[in-house]
Design a protein. Structure first.
Length: 111
């Protein structure tokens, strides 16, 4: 948790600075640690996104900020629209979910 807190504190560090180098190292270390220790539940992609949103304290507005369209994010989170490839890429990176988990098929609501 300390590594993540430190990353959050320096994530806007300017390229070429010591903090930027530290940020890059932290990203590598955190990612490596999570890959080795995190076991993701076997749920559909939308539930996976919701779980990770809760883990990181994100709201749908945070996802919309990354994706750029609040309406589409809302439709996806409510099973009204499928994830697009662009969303999968962006949410995978933001939420630290391997893309293959987001590529699984899931049922949309029809009404």
């Amino acid at each position: 948790m300390e590594a993540i807190a430190r990353y959050e504190a320096i994530k806007s560090a300017l390229k070429g600075t010591q903090e930027h180098k530290e940020k890059l190292l932290l990203v590598h270390l955190i990612s490596n640690y999570e890959e080795r220790t995190t076991i993701l539940p076997d749920v559909d992609p939308i539930e996976m996104i919701k779980i990770r949103m809760e883990d990181f304290g994100y709201k749908s507005a945070d996802l919309a900020q990354v994706y750029g369209d609040k309406g589409t994010v809302s439709k996806v989170l409510n099973y009204k629209q499928s994830l697009s490839l662009s969303m999968i890429r962006k949410f995978s990176q933001l939420l630290k979910i391997p893309a293959e988990y987001l590529l699984k098929e899931y049922q949309l609501k029809t009404s």
